[in-house]
Design a protein around this ligand. Structure first.
Ligand code: ADP
Ligand code: GN1
Ligand code: MG
Length: 367
């Protein structure tokens, strides 16, 4: 592997001697490596990623979004007196001046600066950390408020269109390509009962009530880097899915992943519960971070966004299970099924607590 990585790196505009490359992080999509290069006696860290072509159909266009958004953020960070090498992703160009390298096998690679002394978390370790992540994601959206949305390519069409995700699940059910349907009939029933709910946000959008914004679309906790020393968020990462979307989905995806008592793939459902106190902290932080930028309709729909993202993600895991685990990275046979069941357990919990979830939003909207 090291030889292959070394040869890929040699196409990027970096000087120095290759030291090492190891798999890194727990993302489900890209192939991520932590790379060290010795430059004049000093080790410099990078992240090398092979962009997942199965997921992202046009990596070159994706990299245009990615570079342009990060350059926009960089300017804003400098204007606000921040550290642009740590507070946003920095893309290293190839020797030909491109923002990705295309190898002989048709694979797309990008090299970015490793954010020094940083860590990401798959689970909330301290409640305050979740609050801080909410401020960071809310603020991220705020920073992109003036970004020209029409210049962005939709890197995954209908990414958070929940009715389309429902239709995809039904197609997978009909095809039952791997003969797994009989194992998941109650989960499929669970989804069918919520078919109408799935269209809630699309209906609000069509009625002109819910605005389209530039959103991150993959706001799980491990897509924020925290400072090893201070424990504070430094940088929002995983910018592959930045495109027009709903703020309530950015809110909701964070709740789905973080306001729970277990990891996303915990198979023992007795351990999986919606944590309303973490939800409350996130509501507070997200509203603060958005600095008054959310409309009344968006505020009203925040709890629905949380249920929607959890439901949608569960359907996506279930669809992938039925289709033979071709989308999300898995490390055990029923991994996607465990993930789907986990998400549906959270959906049921949130549905029961919806009145409380709404009260909490009201409490922080009035301040
Ligand atoms: P995926 O789409 O597969 O989730 P990510 O871009 O989120 O890929 O990267 C996977 C993991 O790699 C992240 O969760 C984080 O831990 C780590 N990571 C990614 N980019 C950086 C970076 N620039 N500096 C430090 N760590 C990073
Ligand atoms: C994927 O790339 P990563 O691991 O941060 C997925 C998200 C899902 C998430 C579930 C491009 O996120 O949409 O919510 O897994 N990203 C893509 O953990 O599909
Ligand atoms: Mg990620």
């Amino acid at each position: 592997m090291a030889d292959q990585i070394q040869s890929i790196i040699s196409n990027f505009n970096v000087e120095g001697e290759f030291v090492s490359a190891v798999p890194y992080g727990s993302g489900h999509i890209n192939n991520t490596k932590y790379v060290v290069i010795n430059q004049n006696g000093k080790n410099k860290e990078y992240i090398l990623q092979r962009i997942n072509k199965n997921v992202f159909k046009d990596p070159a266009k994706l990299m245009e979004n990615y570079t342009s958004v990060t350059e926009f953020l960089r300017k804003n960070i400098i204007k606000n007196g921040g550290d642009p090498d740590r507070e946003t992703i920095n893309v290293v160009k190839t020797r030909e001046g491109k923002n990705f390298y295309l190898d002989e096998d048709g694979e797309y690679w990008r090299l970015i600066l490793f954010v020094t002394d940083s860590l990401s978390f798959d689970k909330v370790e301290r409640p305050e950390q979740f609050y801080d992540s909410a401020v960071a994601f809310g603020n991220f959206q705020y920073l992109l408020k003036s970004y020209p949305a029409e210049t962005l390519t939709e890197t995954i069409v209908n990414f958070h269109n929940t009715p389309v995700r429902f239709a995809n699940l039904m197609a997978a059910v009909d095809a039952d390509k791997c003969g797994r349907l009989s194992e998941v009939t109650s989960e499929v029933e669970f989804c069918k009962e919520r078919e109408e709910f799935a269209a809630t946000l699309e209906r609000a959008r069509e009625a002109g009530e819910l605005p389209l914004r530039v959103t991150h679309n993959d706001t799980k906790l491990n897509n924020i880097l925290f400072d090893k020393e201070t424990g504070k968020p430094i940088c929002v990462i995983d910018l592959d899915t930045i495109m027009p979307g709903y703020s309530v989905n950015d809110f909701g995806d964070s709740i789905r992943f973080g306001a729970t008592t277990a990891l996303e793939d915990e198979a023992d459902l007795t351990k999986v519960n919606f944590d309303i106190s973490l939800y409350e902290l996130y509501v507070k932080g997200f509203i603060e971070g958005a600095k008054g930028g959310l409309t009344q309709c968006e505020l009203d729909l925040l709890p629905i966004g949380a249920i929607m993202m959890t439901f949608e993600c569960g359907m996506r895991f279930l669809t992938d299970y039925l289709e033979g685990d071709t989308y999300f990275r898995t490390s055990r046979p029923a991994h996607n099924l465990d993930r789907a069941r986990n998400q549906f357990k959270l959906v049921s919990d949130m549905e029961k607590k919806l009145p409380e979830m709404r009260e909490i939003v009201n409490k922080y909207s009035q301040i």
